[in-house]
Design a protein around this ligand. Sequence first.
Ligand code: F6R
Length: 262
Amino acid sequence: MRVIIRKNAQAACVTAARLIASLIHQKPDAVLGLATGGTPVNCYAELIRLHRCGELDFSRVTSFNLDEYVGLPREHAQSFYSFMHENFFNHVNIDPSRIHLPNGNAEDLTKACDEYEQSIACAGGIDLQLLGIGSDGHIAFNEPGSSLASRTRVKTLCHETIRDNARFFGSEAAVPRLSVTMGVGSIMDARQCLLLVTGEKKAAAIRSAIEGPVTSQVTASALQFHRFATAVLDEPAASWLSRKSHCDFAESSMPDPDEILR
Ligand code: F6R
């Protein structure tokens, strides 16, 4: 896995945005897999900034989000549908008909999950999947114990995730217990994976994901089997890595993604 370490969270978000921008420059009709949560907000802000400067055109881009809560109305302020519109889609020229999020309100959730997988396949598969990591090591809502071959389905959130996400809902009791989430297998099918992780709270999880054994107990560790996975970390998130200095050394001979649009 390529590991890029930046001084702080803002710098890590800018680097992640530039890797995404570079893909869109190479492939204007790219299919992006997108994530929600606190971490990517400034990555989206940088993509919006590049769009406003005339550097980035989303008109032919297609997007698929990783996950959505079950039973939360789309208009709810904490639905991932609202999050994505507020933090990204409303500020760029993406075609609304090319935006896809799992439907957590479908009458037949199993059918909706299968259809989501089919839509991804019909779009030609995901070119770049943006990911965050949960403090329990999850990617999307693939909680510990999720099959590493899993596809889009309903998953119950773990207590740790409910506790982490209570900050968005005001209390643990208000956090939905169920989600519709792309599986680890669905994520591994993306042509590139980009894991963006910031903050010391994630240091243990990212160490397990990058340096620990591949295990369904830390679903992000499956990325060790991905051919084109990049982790962009800030210093605090990288602080528990035992091979951190090697990551910096290896990166010093790579083209700097931040230079792409300068
Ligand atoms: C969100 C998602 C989750 C988050 C993870 C980290 O779509 O799939 O896996 O990426 O829970 O969330 P934050 O960034 O809020 O720490």
